[in-house]
Design a protein. Structure first.
Length: 183
């Protein structure tokens, strides 16, 4: 069998679908028996249960998937009143936590959901993220998602896809996020 060559993959841009694309890769990897970790950097204290959380439970039971929300919720939007220091501490802890999976040969794919947003929002220094991402094992895949990826992340990446918004139902028709499609 051909030896696997891992990649650092970035899904960025202002269009919808970055996390969805990453979760599609997760689903595919699980189908091939890979061990996967998904670490969400921003999503957290929100009363809505994301569909991906519910699906993940089925794979978590057999030890094939780790799915954790390390964030404390959206920063300064959606009614967030937490001091920024709370978000910064959570993001730093998430990055340290993520490093243990990026460096673990038992894990084939690690998704760092909204890492770009944590960097852009000032929760994590880009240099710290680069240091962590640089520790990726050669055979492992890491997917980073979030808007406005830092140039340093783009340079380090092997594959970058930019999602571009062309039309959006909220802007066109005031249709809000839809259960089962958006969360």
């Amino acid at each position: 069998m051909k030896q696997r060559t891992g990649l650092l993959i970035v899904y960025t841009g202002d269009g919808k679908g970055k996390t969805t694309a990453a979760l599609g890769a997760v689903f595919r990897a699980l189908g091939h028996g890979w061990k996967v970790a998904v670490i969400q950097f921003v999503k957290g204290d929100w009363p809505i249960i994301y569909g991906e959380q519910e699906s993940a439970k089925k794979f978590e039971e057999n030890g094939q998937l780790l799915f954790v929300q390390k964030g404390t919720g959206f920063v300064k939007i959606m009614g967030d009143q937490k001091p920024i220091e709370i978000h910064v501490q959570a993001a730093k802890e998430a990055l340290k936590f993520a490093e243990s999976y990026i460096c673990n040969p038992e894990y084939d794919l690690v998704v760092l959901d909204e890492l770009n947003g944590a960097i852009e929002g000032g929760l994590i220094e880009v240099s710290s993220a680069i240091q962590t991402l640089s520790k990726r094992l050669d055979a492992n895949y890491v997917i980073v998602t979030g808007r406005r990826a830092a140039p340093e992340i783009l340079t380090l990446a092997d594959l970058v896809t930019e999602m571009r918004e062309i039309k959006h139902p909220f802007k066109e028709k005031k249709i809000t996020a839809q259960l089962g499609i958006d969360y």
